[in-house]
Design a protein around this ligand. Structure first.
Ligand code: ARG
Length: 567
């Protein structure tokens, strides 16, 4: 479809030049095409509304003038309907142009080269140490991983960064809590869970005795100044935390190129604070040092608190400069919940005010909140659902289904893991990322719904056809059925969907597309018998299965799901 679209765009661009003496580049026209949901509206449509102003004609007139004498190789007919130019692709081009090229490219189909020679950094997941992953972390981890893979698939060199929250007064609190109510044995025995317990105890005790807060601040200042004893304990806590996080990353098949967290910038911030001061950006306010941002309708960005300590923003500004110098990125993406949008807008602005012309290469990708069955989840209140529990439950439930559907299956555990974890990921990524998500077990795990398991099942179907049915010889038949055509058309949209997901930082474009492919494939599978078909029809149908396998396989990877060839 991409080739056809590009060709058509060039023809229309030339026609507009000839008829109206206007220069509208083919690339721009290419962006305007739509792919109608109903076959009677054509396979690719060109809406003429936007051009109406420039060309000073009604959309209908423009569409008619473009249609006049239009001749596109591979088009069966063209039609003008209400300001649209609708193009119908012929059967020969559908099979020998589109399908053949997908099959030929195989697993390479859909890859882009827009990122070739470019580097992107992506800061995602980035949990705070000494806490376990809860469901709120799923968004940044799953969305970040998918956006990274979409970039990789588009040719970018990708640097995944886990900007661990491992620095700040809270680790002074944790140190005090440990010295008062902790023990080495218990931390060793229970890990992060025990760190959470003593941290929560700190809050309860500090209500009664506020001097604990002073103690905590003093402890953190000591850490900032290099107190080895405190730092040793902190390092140990960090190691325990990372070990815990790794369990989830391993389950999801995620790894990072860098684990430099906030503490990494401890010795790099002085220089940045000085630079801010030298550039005349720092203003004193109630003892704190801030960068005023009222000209940009934002509250000031605090750089140093009144006690002289640095904060989250100071570390982020320092990290952005460090990343630019280290990786020379073309873009640096941050994936966090929408609650942090202001923080990012503020520090991006500070980078710009410092005179760095790469301010607009910093991109915040926000997402909405997650709740389970309608219940909002708050961490501090203790009703947070742990990510490990969520995955375990998904795996357990999928295993039950497999046990029932396919009791003889040999690798039940392995398949249940892939499908269960995938179901949770798919559920997280199936709606536009900014939408709040309500996680409902039966919806996420339903094999017949718009779910991860449904897509996995479709993939398995395509694989098993290829495994069971022997190859047949081409040529492809000269005509195709509606189901075959629909399937080929849907597959051919893959590169365009990848491009859209890339441009919008939106994994849901891929997950929704996977549902389109799955629906089309299941209709095709149901209506088009394969093993008993004549040789050339069989060849066509097997190639459709082959192409489906490549496209769905790659799409699953882009979303961060593992695939299974049997269920
Ligand atoms: N640790 C932060 C949190 O858990 C997220 C960090 C996001 N990355 C960044 N560079 N600020 O909320």
């Amino acid at each position: 479809m991409q080739n056809f679209k590009n060709k058509l765009a060039q023809i229309l661009s030339d026609k507009i030049k000839a008829a109206y003496d206007a220069d509208i580049p083919a690339a721009e026209i290419g962006q305007m095409f739509e792919f109608p949901p109903e076959p009677h509206m054509g396979d690719i449509a060109f809406p003429c509304f936007k051009l109406s102003k420039t060309l000073r004609r009604s959309p209908q007139q423009i569409a008619e003038s473009l249609n006049d004498g239009l001749n596109v190789e591979g088009a069966e007919k063209t039609e003008v309907v209400s300001g649209y130019l609708n193009v119908f692709i012929d059967d020969n081009y559908t099979v020998n142009g589109m399908l053949a090229s997908i099959v030929e490219k195989g697993d390479e189909f859909g890859k882009l080269d827009v990122g070739t020679g470019k580097t992107m950094c992506i800061d995602y997941s980035s949990p705070n140490m000494a806490k376990r992953f809860h469901i709120g972390h799923l968004g940044t981890t799953a969305i970040g991983n998918s956006i990274k893979r979409i970039h990789e698939f588009s040719g970018y060199n990708c640097v995944g960064i886990n900007h661990l929250g491992d620095w700040g007064t809270q680790y002074g609190r944790l140190a005090v809590a440990y010295s008062k109510w902790g023990s080495r044995e218990e931390v060793e025995r229970l890990g992060v869970k025990e760190l959470e317990r003593i941290y929560q105890k700190f809050y309860i005790e500090a209500e009664k005795d506020p001097t604990l807060n002073d103690e905590a601040r003093a402890a953190f200042t000591k850490m900032e100044n290099g107190d080895e004893e405190l730092l040793n304990i902190w390092r140990w806590f960090k190691e325990i935390s990372l070990k815990e996080f790794m369990k989830t990353y391993d389950l999801l098949g995620i790894s990072f190129e860098s684990y430099s967290g906030e503490s990494f910038y401890n010795d790099k911030m002085d220089a940045v604070v000085k630079e801010l001061d030298d550039k005349g950006l720092l203003v004193e306010s109630e003892g704190a040092k801030i960068v005023p941002l009222e000209d940009y309708k934002m509250p000031p960005c605090i750089i140093l608190k009144s006690d002289g300590s640095t904060i989250y923003a100071t570390r982020d500004i320092t990290a952005a400069i460090y990343r630019k110098n280290t990786y020379n990125f073309d873009k640096c993406i941050y994936v966090t919940d929408a609650g942090q949008s202001l923080h990012f807008a503020q520090f991006f602005k500070v980078i710009g005010l410092m005179g760095y012309d790469w301010e607009d290469q910093l991109i915040h990708v926000p997402y909405g909140k997650v709740s389970i069955a309608g219940q909002k989840l708050a961490t501090r209140a203790g009703n947070a659902v742990l990510l490990t529990d969520l995955f375990d439950e998904a795996i357990r439930r999928v295993r039950e289904v497999i046990e029932e559907k396919n009791p003889d299956c040999e690798d039940k555990d392995e398949i249940a893991r892939k499908v269960g974890v995938g179901a949770v990921i798919f559920n997280q990524l199936s709606a536009g990322r900014i939408k709040d998500i309500n996680f409902v077990w039966d919806e996420a795990l339903n094999f017949d719904g718009n779910t991860g398991p449904y897509v996995q099942y479709t993939y398995v179907r395509a694989c098993s056809v290829l495994e069971k049915i022997e190859a047949a010889n081409k040529p492809y038949p000269e005509t195709v059925t509606d189901d075959e055509k629909e399937m080929i058309k849907t597959l051919s949209l893959f590169p365009l969907r990848v491009r859209q997901a890339l441009d919008d930082y939106e994994p849901s474009v891929i997950s929704r597309y996977m549902l389109d492919v799955s629906h089309a494939f299941n209709r095709f599978y149901h209506n088009c018998p394969i093993s008993k078909a004549d040789d050339n029809i069989k060849a066509l149908r097997l190639d459709i299965c082959r192409a489906t396998k490549s496209v769905l396989g790659n799409a699953l990877w882009l979303i961060g799901m593992e695939k299974t060839e049997k269920i």
